[in-house]
Ligand binder design. Sequence first.
Ligand code: CA
Length: 220
Amino acid sequence: MHVLIVEDDQAIASSLVLGLQSAGMTVTHVATGIQAVTASQYDVMLLDIGLPDIDGFEVCRRIRLTSQVPIIMLTARADEIDRVFGLETGADDYVAKPFGLRELIARIRAVTRRLTLHNTPKSSQIVIQELKVDSATRRVNIAGAEIDLTAKEFDLLEYLVREPGVVHRRNDILETVWDTDWYGPTKTLDAHIAALRKKLGHPEWISAIRGVGFRFEIMP
Ligand code: CA
């Protein structure tokens, strides 16, 4: 795993380099947007938004013209988080500063696993710790006990657990799980999330990301 860090703050960059290297990753660091756009041969990019030349949004936009390499934005302010997704920059995920190394490593693994998932046939069974979701039989069980879900609840859960750790935007969930032409109120989604959390008995498994959407958490 080769990580490219794009960060102009030397202190943050140095601690990131050390931390990711100690997790067994190969790390390259650049400090400007232009260097980021012209870099090659890395598997995932950690991209700061505030850079001395072109900002992270513009870096992301330019890279997406030619590449689908996973990009995780490093955001310092809450209002940037909405823009990461709202501007259709093509970022795969974001981590808000200050962040812990473990969280960051989990996000890196999630976005790179997502690519692998998309390139391999979907298996019918997803197992995450004690949770088992079977698309073929449409059955869900936790530690061997079957959970009774409605059809939509099942579809929603299956959609989220396919990519644990990845933030899904509300509109993406609605379009995929409900109907491709869904542009109505999104209260239905919240109601289904609430029902799912209750039935699973582990509300912490599904996180709401304010102003963005939902994420099925990576269980340690
Ligand atoms: Ca910066």
